[in-house]
Design a protein around this ligand. Sequence first.
Ligand SMILES: *[C@@H]1O[C@H](CO)[C@@H](O)[C@H](O)[C@H]1NC(C)=O
Ligand SMILES: *[C@@H]1O[C@H](CO)[C@@H](O)[C@H](O)[C@H]1NC(C)=O
Ligand SMILES: *[C@@H]1O[C@H](CO)[C@@H](O)[C@H](O)[C@H]1NC(C)=O
Ligand SMILES: *[C@@H]1O[C@H](CO)[C@@H](O)[C@H](O)[C@H]1NC(C)=O
Length: 356
Amino acid sequence: MRFSHGIFTNWTAILVLQLFMMDIALSVGKQASGNQSTGASTKYVTSAALTPATICTSIHGVTSKQMRFCEKYRSLMASIFEGIAIGIKECKFQFRKRRWNCTSLISKPPLYRNHAVPGTKEDAFTHAIIAAGIAHSVARALSSGNFTLPGVKSDTKNSINNGIQLAKEFLDGQDSKNQEIKLMNTHNNEVGLAIVRESLKRECRCHGASSSCSKRICWESLASFREIGMKIYEKIGCMQRVKTLKTRTRSGLRSTHLILDTQGSRKPRHRCLVNMKKSPTFCEPDRKHHIVGTAGRICNKTASQAEADSCSVLCCGRGYDTHEIVQKSKCFCQFYWCCKVRCKKCKKHFEITRCK
Ligand SMILES: *[C@@H]1O[C@H](CO)[C@@H](O)[C@H](O)[C@H]1NC(C)=O
Ligand SMILES: *[C@@H]1O[C@H](CO)[C@@H](O)[C@H](O)[C@H]1NC(C)=O
Ligand SMILES: *[C@@H]1O[C@H](CO)[C@@H](O)[C@H](O)[C@H]1NC(C)=O
Ligand SMILES: *[C@@H]1O[C@H](CO)[C@@H](O)[C@H](O)[C@H]1NC(C)=O
C-alpha cells in the first residue's frame, strides 16, 4: 500500500524517488549528504541526471500508457516533475496552519511519500493542486519556448490549453485498483486544471508621452501559482460528498459515475472538489495512515478558536507548553568613515507555544 494510491501510482513514486537519488548521487562529490529535506524544492528536477535520453529507461513499473506518454514527450518530463514539486510546495503553504499540513507528501529518500488518506478532503485538495502544478509548469515551458509541440504556436493561450491537455493525458494514464477512488481523483484533477484554465489574465501597459495612454500594449499571462493555490484552497469550502453509481457493464457491475451522497442521483458540481470519506482528526499519530499527529507543533495562543493554528484547535485539547526564545542579533549599527560598521548586540525575548 505504500506507493499505491492517488495521483502518483507506483511508477510515479518510484520515478520521483529515482530522480532524487540520482541528484544525491551527483552531488556526493560536492557535499556529504545533499539536502534531502528540501524535497519540495524544484532543485532536483533540473538535475543533469534528468536528460530526455535517460528518463524513460530509468523508470520502472510503468503502465504501457504511461511509457508511451514518456516516450512521446521525453523533454517534457522535467516540467511534469517540476509541476508535482510546485504542487506539493503550495500544498504545504496553503495547509501550513492545519493539523494535516502536507508533510506526508514529501519525498525523502529512500522513501517517497504520497499519503493523504484516500477519499478524504485532504486527498481531494492534493490531487487538484498537483494537477494544477503540472499544467502550470508545462504551460510555462511551452510558452517560454523550452518545449515546442510540432505545428503549434507557443503563445500563452495555446500554451495553457496544451499544458492542461498534456497534464490530463499524463494523469489519466495512471492506474488505480480502486475504481471509486479513481473517479474521485479524476474529478478533483479536473477542478485543479479548470482553475489553471481560468487563470489566464489580460495585462496591459500604457506607452507614450507621460501619463497619456496613446499606445497600449496588451498580452495574456498566466497567474502566479500562489494565486492558483489560493483559488483551489477556496474550493475546499464547497466540497461535496459523493459516492459512485454502479452500472452493469459487459464485465460486470462497475462504478461509472460520481453522484452526490445524499440527494438522489445528482451529479457533483464541476467546480467543487469532492470527497468520499470523513477525514480523521489528525490529532494523534497513526502510522498506518502516515499521520504524525500534532504534538510539538507551534500554535498560536492568542488566535481565536476559528483559526486552525490556535492552540485549542491545533493541540486537540491536550494543552501546550510555553518556551522562551532569545534571539540575538546585531542592532544600532553605525557606519564609520571609512569603512567600518559597528553594531551593538541586542537580545530579543519572545515566547512560542507548542502543542503537548
Ligand atoms: C542545505 O541546507 C542548509 C540548511 O537548510 C543550508 O544552510 C545549505 O545552504 C543548503 N545547501 C545547499 C547546497 O542547498
Ligand atoms: C507540519 O507538521 C510537521 C509535523 O507535525 C511539523 O514538523 C512542521 O513544522 C509543520 N509545518 C509547518 C509549516 O508548520
Ligand atoms: C527553460 O530552460 C532554461 C534552461 O534549461 C531554464 O533555466 C528555464 O527555467 C526554463 N524555463 C521554464 C519556464 O521552464
Ligand atoms: C496569532 O493570532 C493573532 C490573532 O489572529 C494574530 O494577530 C497574530 O499575528 C498571530 N501570531 C502569529 C505568531 O502568527
